[in-house]
Design a protein around this ligand. Sequence first.
Ligand SMILES: C[S@@+](CC[C@H](N)C(=O)[O-])C[C@H]1O[C@@H](n2cnc3c(N)ncnc32)[C@H](O)[C@@H]1O
Length: 294
Amino acid sequence: MATQSKTIFEQFLAPVFERLLDRDAMVQFRDSIDWETATTALTNPQVDYPEYYLTNNFHGIKNGYLTVDAAVTYDPITQYVLPPSETWVRESLVKAIQGTPRRILDLGCGTGTTTLMLKKRFSSAEVIGLDLSPHMLVVADHKAREANLDITCRHGNAMETGFPEGSFDVVCATLLFHETPPQVTKAILRESFRLLSPWGQVLILDGNQKTLRNADWLSNIFEEPFIREYSQGNMDAWLGHAGFETVRTEDVFWVNQLSYGRKPLPVKHTVPQARIWESQSESYGGGIAAPQPA
Ligand SMILES: C[S@@+](CC[C@H](N)C(=O)[O-])C[C@H]1O[C@@H](n2cnc3c(N)ncnc32)[C@H](O)[C@@H]1O
């Protein structure tokens, strides 16, 4: 595992994780995959990587998510950073989905842990996980095959997915936005709004912005380049700005939060009475008297 030298992550967290992690299991998993073939199969050559994605290290992993190291270590580490338990935290999002969606998109799906849970819960839905990292998608795809779950892993940028407008009932993202600059976050929320059908649901599970603001040390220990900007922001406001209604955010334990919103139904265009009479007069062609208002 290549970690950035002399970072707080390396000095304090890496030694802890070294003890907790099963290094042999990770090496065995890494060696069981032909990464070149697998990443090539999942790579869309049309995808352009945004600058923030290429020029930053995320939580201490050198060269970010476009590496085998990042993909192999992600799940073993993540199980320890979502108290009280990873499954409980992720389930908060899955359980908050209302009704029976037919099409679900998981943005920044990474190794697909939430994506798989969505498919298990909504087995008749088409579930798509989208991520910028083919390496992370290789793990997601591997896990889906192992679990015999039919999910689609799509290489793409959540800011501009290429999916048609209004084509999803649910768009969600888990642990994505503490790693994106605010401008990118806003662009992804605008894209989520575009992708949803009327009354479709958006669900965002991520670090608790209030807690992070009040406990700056949390932002210090994880090597996350945009976590401070994320914690200074307000997900409700960002969702409202993107056009969502019935927006609310709830604490998930104290470390995470779940935000929820709906795309409004289309507004019925009410034509003012005067205009109705005007247009009726025109269509009556002048020869026949138009009906007059009572
Ligand atoms: C912290 S991981 C979260 C992964 C997964 N959602 C989870 O809950 O474990 C963030 C993921 O977002 C992806 N990502 C970052 N920016 C993205 C973008 N603009 N479009 C798509 N994926 C992005 C990264 O490649 C990475 O896999």
